[in-house]
Write a protein that binds this ligand. Structure first.
Ligand code: SAM
Length: 267
């Protein structure tokens, strides 16, 4: 019989829905509270779970490609709760020398992550604001698993819409790019209302009930943010379509049209 996931029972704010726990709920994880499940159920009139799963499929494909390119170090920024098919669960079975550092500034997500990763030698969680790239990269716990003289895969998956300042995505990507060795990868997704504006309006109303408002951005805005990277084919496209292979057609073409994805190489 499979072990049941360990639950965090005491840490964190269980009075208000939390975006990391909501993602966990949509992914079928066990690290969420009744308040998150209630909001999750109330948003059942639009394909929120499919949207989260579509981003998670993109992440899975990107991790595999990074391992194929010889990368063994991963820095997952705005990681939420590393549940249900997260980076270490994909990378380490492909190569047991892979190491993963998760970063989140939300104490709830960090507490859940610590509990889950307690006995894991390949992965850890750092509590930090990802916007302070130097603090993240120089954090002793980051350094314990990642050597920045070697290529690193940096993930900004599902988190850039949480950065509400107009130029923050560009600044954050540029700050990490400047600190990474050539051959490193920066992979991003970004929520957009270019294709499904009504659906995104509903999502934003749900996000407003949590402590994390979300900002969708246009393709042009995301193109600007990744302009300093050499994008792998097919460039910036809907994340669900990025080298989708067997992952399409999905149960929800609408959900698949809600986030862009791109994978760039640092030169
Ligand atoms: C929508 S969740 C995405 C989680 C995960 N990346 C995924 O795709 O499942 C966004 C996460 O980013 C975190 N976050 C938002 N802004 C952040 C910041 N400035 N620094 C660190 N974490 C941040 C939130 O706390 C939340 O856990």
């Amino acid at each position: 019989m499979q072990d049941r996931p360990k639950r965090v029972t005491t840490n964190g704010d269980s009075e208000r829905p939390n975006v990391a726990r909501l993602f966990d709920y949509y992914l079928g994880g066990a690290h969420n509270f009744a308040i998150d499940r209630k909001l999750g159920e109330e948003s059942s009139d639009f394909p929120a779970a499919e949207m989260v799963r579509s981003i998670r499929s993109f992440l899975r494909r990107v991790v595999k490609i990074c391992v194929e390119r010889g990368i063994r170090q991963f820095l997952d920024l705005g990681s939420g709760i590393p549940t249900a098919g997260n980076v270490h669960e994909i990378a380490v079975p492909l190569d047991p020398t892979c190491r993963v550092v998760y970063v989140d500034f939300d104490p709830v997500a960090v507490a859940h992550s610590r509990t889950m990763l307690r006995d894991n030698k390949s992965a850890t969680i750092v509590e930090a604001d990802l916007r302070d790239a130097r603090a993240v990269v120089n954090h002793p716990e980051t350094r314990s698993l990642i050597d920045f003289n070697e290529p690193v895969a940096v993930f900004l998956i599902g988190v850039l819409p949480c950065l509400t300042g107009p130029s923050e995505p560009t600044e954050v990507i540029e700050a990490y790019r400047a600190l990474l060795a050539p051959g490193s990868i920066i992979a991003v997704t970004h929520l957009t209302n270019d294709v499904e504006p009504e659906l995104i309006d509903k999502l934003i109303k749900v996000a407003d009930m949590t402590d994390t408002p979300l900002v969708p951005r246009s393709k042009k805005d995301v193109e600007e943010a990744v302009a300093g990277l050499e994008l792998l084919d097919p460039g910036l496209v809907l994340a669900a379509h990025w080298r989708a292979d067997g992952d399409l057609p999905s149960p929800s073409p609408a959900a698949d049209a809600t986030s862009y994805g791109a994978v760039g190489v640092v030169r």
